[in-house]
Ligand binder design. Structure first.
Ligand code: NAP
Length: 252
């Protein structure tokens, strides 16, 4: 017998955890969903499930089985497959969808100085044009796109260990937030001359961009994938208010 829930939060971000907590405190039956990629995830309060749904069809069935009234897609800005699936499944199931998406760095005061690429596939070539001692902060999943750099040194920061061996790279396993002091020390220690980042946005990993500017280090920035959700809110407070409003409307 599956338990009904009011709101399904697609998570894996700090914002998703904060939203689950607020909704839980407001008495909403909230179920958070995690992909299960991280070995020791920070768990949100309330009910949690872990693992994929089995594509759009699986998610449509899940929404029906749990009588979900509203979905909040609070996944990372680069979790494009999950976000696309959420749009399609919610459309098919007739369940409202809210996308919680933190603002990106397009409006950052330094954004005009960076080399923007549309896809992570293009970041390695841009990086190779700009420097010889790169600092890669684009995460574990896109590393294969840097395989031309396999025999050359790079500093790579990851939460989880890489899926394959990169014998010439220095792999740092750590989780943010990172402040300017530690970013400055790290970039100086390794004599970094190009920084590669995704446009994840948010204050917690932003310090590296200021430090790069200060040290004259060029930045390659991978642009965000397109968003398909119709309703997008930028912060947890706005998401909470909207969820409560939609549920109240639905109760009438
Ligand atoms: P993705 O490529 O968009 O998703 C691939 C598949 O993983 C989805 O089709 C889905 O499987 C499953 N999945 C993803 N998020 C899920 C969730 N919250 N609950 C249940 N299943 C989920 O996703 P990703 O980029 O690998 O990200 C995975 C998770 O890590 C997300 O929750 C995201 O918020 C978090 N994260 C991602 C990044 C990043 O840079 N991509 C950074 C930080 C955190 P099915 O098709 O079987 O349903």
């Amino acid at each position: 017998m599956t338990e009904p829930c009011d709101v399904l939060v697609l998570g894996g971000t700090r914002e998703a955890r904060a939203l689950a907590e607020r909704l839980h405190d407001a008495g909403v039956r909230v179920l958070s969903s995690l992909a299960g990629r991280v070995s020791n995830p920070a768990l949100p309060v309330g009910e949690v499930r872990i693992g994929g749904f089995g594509g759009v069809t699986g998610l449509v069935s899940f929404l029906a089985d749990h009588e979900v009234r509203l979905v909040v897609d609070a996944t990372h800005p680069f979790a494009a497959t999950m976000s696309d699936h959420a749009v399609e499944a919610c459309e098919q199931a007739g369940v409202p969808l809210v996308r919680l998406l933190r603002p990106g760095w397009r409006e950052h005061e330094r954004a005009g100085e960076w080399t923007w690429v549309d896809r992570i596939e293009d970041a390695a070539a841009a990086m190779a044009e700009l420097g010889e001692r790169p600092f890669l902060t684009t995460g574990r999943q896109g590393l294969t796109h840097f395989s031309d750099w396999r025999d050359t040194w790079a500093l790579v920061r990851l939460v989880e260990p890489p899926e394959e061996q990169w014998p010439h790279w220095t792999i740092l396993r750590t989780r943010g937030p990172f402040d300017a002091g530690s970013e400055r020390a790290l970039m100086k220690e390794h004599d970094i001359d190009v920084l590669v980042s995704k446009d994840s946005g948010g204050a917690l990993t932003e310090a590296k961009l200021e430090v790069a500017a200060e040290l004259g280090i060029p930045v390659v920035m991978v642009a965000r994938p397109a968003e398909r959700a119709e309703v997008i809110v930028q912060d947890v407070r706005a998401a909470t208010l909207l969820v409560l409003e939609v549920l109240a409307e639905d109760d009438r």
